[in-house]
Design a binder for this molecule. Structure first.
Ligand code: SAH
Ligand code: SF4
Ligand code: F3S
Length: 437
């Protein structure tokens, strides 16, 4: 009988896509996906360490898997992803039930890891140095969607923002050969994929010899089957004029951009080592809105960075009010291992962090509802993805700006582009009906 696997994914799109790669590798090795952890021979936790909460979830989950394994001693438990790279063999300490730990750049070693485990090796550790080559090429990737595909274009980060653990775990920046990216994109188009999302910790610092991020976007734009191109995450400093101008020139380049602000105060930005000021950020936003007026911007914001005063925080609210982001991901600052901010003084009290987060989220909710309401009465082109959470007969998809739209329709529309007349708005989604053409 085929062995089965179950992977639980934490963290960002990079991890989600790594899970698709790991699933493809396991599939190639004859494993079949399991319904849940209880019925799986191999359970992998693909972990994240960006905030303490993300890390804690993994430790809690391991405690539950330990109990499961008591009744199923043949089961293999593995930890991979960023927290695996961070903690390494500490995962084995007092946890004899954990069989393997491997880092994000060791995904390609999975076949050899599994064969070693089969030959009775126990508690295997596979971590990488910061300069190890990432696994860009995987024979088969088991993708979650049949229409939208992630493509890794670079790995690692050289920015070392003072709050962030990612550069210590994902290693130095390496850009993938454009021939290999274009080959993967053409194959995806041949297989019916219509939307690409280019992935990297710092996508717009992509450079392969003389070929830069803007060149890559232009080359991908020429693939006929590909209708929408997105990417994440860019860094505000590296989003240059050449890339911004493409928003006027490339219709397939979706009018949505995740531009992580982190903070609105120049003092905080400088302590975070973000390399831009509020004014620089705002002038880029202004230019982007000029070249593509419908552009929907989203962002990440941290509240309660060490030393952040009420006055600093008010600058953040001010930028949020000025830019009117279509959505924000907001977090309380969480001290991380290895980072420079760990040693900074003037910690912001937890209750203050919570209060600031609440105020920021309240403001954003108002803005979001207002922006979404302004779309009522318009017709938007939706790429239909799946059933809406509500259930049967209700479809869900996204506008070019990445807004979620729910509307009634038959399952057969999945994967097609449908014009939808928007009738009502909520803070996080829109509702409508398919417009007759
Ligand atoms: N490369 C991406 C960020 C990846 S981490 C970028 O530069 O935008 C995703 C988000 O997690 C960050 O944008 C930041 O807002 C948040 N984050 C990272 N470290 C954090 C920390 N120590 N505490 C709270 N939030 C953090
Ligand atoms: Fe982290 Fe900064 Fe790199 Fe983003 S750019 S991954 S926030 S160090
Ligand atoms: Fe988390 Fe690693 Fe992504 S720390 S946010 S999974 S790069």
């Amino acid at each position: 009988m085929k062995k089965s696997y179950f992977i639980e994914t934490y963290g960002c799109q990079m991890n989600v896509h790594d899970t698709e790669k790991i699933s493809g590798i396991l599939n190639g090795l004859g494993y079949a996906p399991a319904e849940d952890e209880k019925s799986a021979d191999l359970v992998l936790l693909n972990t994240c360490s960006v905030r303490e909460k993300a890390a804690q979830k993994v430790f809690t989950r391991l405690g539950q898997l330990k109990k499961l394994k008591i009744g199923k001693p043949g089961m293999t438990i593995g930890v991979c992803g960023c927290l695996a790279q961070q903690e390494g063999d500490l995962f084995f300490k007092n946890r004899p039930y954990v069989d393997v730990v491997f880092g994000p750049r060791n995904v390609g070693e999975l076949p050899s890891i599994l064969s070693q485990l089969e030959s009775e090796r126990h508690q295997l550790l596979a971590l990488s140095g910061p300069r190890q080559e990432p696994t860009f090429e995987v024979d088969t990737i088991l993708r979650d969607s049949e229409f939208k595909a992630y493509i890794t274009i670079m790995e690692g980060c050289d920015k070392f923002c003072t709050f962030c653990v990612v550069p210590f775990l994902r290693g130095r920046e390496v850009s993938r050969d454009p021939h290999s990216i274009l080959l993967e994109a053409r194959k995806l188009a041949d297989n019916g994929y219509v939307e690409l999302c280019l992935l990297g910790q710092n996508v717009n610092s992509y450079r392969y010899e003389d070929f830069d991020f803007a060149d890559l976007l232009c080359s991908l734009h020429e693939i006929p089957g590909i209708k929408r191109i997105r990417y994440t995450s860019p860094h505000p400093t590296d989003i240059n004029q050449k890339v911004m101008n493409l928003y006027a020139e490339l219709p397939k380049l979706c009018p949505n951009l995740h531009l992580p602000l982190q903070a609105g105060s120049n003092d905080v930005l400088s302590k975070m080592k973000r390399d831009y000021t509020r004014e620089m950020f705002l002038s880029k936003v202004e230019y982007l809105k000029e070249v593509r007026p419908e552009i929907a911007l989203s962002t990440d914001i941290i509240v309660g960075f060490p030393g952040e005063t009420e006055a600093d925080f008010l600058y953040t609210l001010d930028v949020v009010r000025t830019v009117e982001f279509a959505s924000i991901f907001s977090f309380k600052y969480s001290p991380r291992k290895f980072t420079a901010a760990l040693k900074m003084e003037d910690e912001v009290p937890e209750c203050e962090k919570s209060e600031r987060l609440q105020r920021l989220q309240n403001l954003q909710k108002e803005i979001q509802l207002r922006l979404n309401q302004s779309l009522v009465g318009t017709t938007q082109e939706i790429l239909v993805e799946n059933h809406a959470k509500k259930g049967e007969g209700e479809l869900s998809g996204r506008t070019p700006c990445n807004r979620i739209v729910n509307f009634p329709g038959p399952e057969s529309l999945r994967g097609s582009f449908v014009p939808v007349h928007i009738e009502s708005a909520h803070p996080n989604s829109l509702n409508g009906t398919a417009a007759t053409q």
